[in-house]
Ligand binder design. Sequence first.
Ligand code: SAM
Ligand code: DTB
Ligand code: SF4
Length: 316
Amino acid sequence: MNPILAQAEVAYRKNLMELLFEAHQVHRAHHDPTDIQRCTLLSIKTGGCPEDCSYCPQSAHYDTGLEKQSLLPLEEIRVAAKNAKNSGAQRFCMGAAWRNVKDGPDFDRVLDMIRIIKEEILEACVTLGMVNLEQARRLKEAGLDAYNHNLDTSRDYYEKIIHTRTYDDRLNTLKSVRQAGLTICSGGIIGMGESASDRCAMLAELAQLDPQPESVPINLLIPIEGTPLEDQAPLDPLEWVRTVAVARILMPRSRVRLSAGRCTLSREAQVLAFFAGANSIFLGDKLLTRSNPGIDEDESLLSTIRGTPSEAPLYQ
Ligand code: SAM
Ligand code: DTB
Ligand code: SF4
C-alpha cells in the first residue's frame, strides 16, 4: 500500500485519545493553536449547474426547489465585501454553479469582482468549476489568492457520486491552478455513505499533491431533498472529528476548514475538531445556498474556546 495511504489508515483507526493527542501535537508544532481563520462565502451565480454531483442543491439534474440566480452585479459584491470585513472576515470566497469557466463577459465580471475584494483588503478565493491554465493566469493577474476545487471523495467512491466529469479532470484543474501561481483550496465531503477507507484515500490523494493544498475544506454532507443523497443516514460526529484529525496529521501546514454541515454538529463536537487541528471556519448565516450557524452563535463558540467567562455562572 502507498505509504501515505497506510499512514492515514493507521491514524484513522487509532484509539481516539491517541489520535486526538497526535493530531494536536502536529497542530501545535506548525500553528498557533489560538489562530482560527474566518472566511465568508457568497454564491455569485446560483443553480442550474449542468453537472450531476449527487449531493448538490444546485445541479440541474435534480428538482431541489432552489431559486436560480444569474451572475450578481458588481455593486452587490462591494456591499457583501464591506459587510464581511466589518464582521471580522479575513477571506472572502465566491462560488458559481458552473461546470467550467467560459471566456467572455461573465468571466470578465468575475475578474472585476476579485479586484473589488482586493480593494477591500480581503483575501480572495473563488470556486468556478474547471479552469484551464490561461484562465487561471487571468485570475491570478486580477489579484486572486486561492482557487477552491474539491476532490470531494476517494477515486473509487467518486463514480458513485459524479458522472459528468472525472477525478482526473479535477486533478488537471488543480494542476493549472498551481501552475498559475495561485494557492489551492481542496478538500471534500464526508457522510455520503463512503467507508472510512474512502475518507483516508481522499485525504491521502490531497496530501500527495506537491505542494500540498494550502487549505483543506472538510464538508459534512447536508442532505438535500430531491438529490440522490436526500435520505443518507447522518455520519457519527466522531468520524467527522477523526477525519479532521487525519487531515491535520497528513497535511501539517494546511489550513483545515470546518466547512458545510456545522449546523447539525454540537458545540462540543466542533471544539473537539478544533483540538484535532481545524483552524478555519465559514462565518455567516449562509453557505452558498444552505444555512450555517449565524455569527452570534459562532462568536459565542469562539469566545468559549478563548475562555471568555460566560455570563451565567457555570457552577453554583
Ligand atoms: N461548481 C463548483 C465546483 O463544484 O467546483 C463550485 C461550487 S460547489 C457547490 C463547491 C463545493 O460545495 C463542492 O465541491 C462540495 O464539496 C460542496 N457542497 C455542495 N453541496 C454540498 C452539500 N449538500 N453538503 C456538503 N457540501 C456540499
Ligand atoms: C467548500 O468546500 N465548501 C463551501 C465552499 N467550498 C465553496 C461550499 C459549501 C456548500 C454547501 C451547500 C450550499 O450552501 O449550497
Ligand atoms: Fe455544479 Fe459544483 Fe454543484 Fe457539482 S458541486 S452540481 S459542479 S455547483
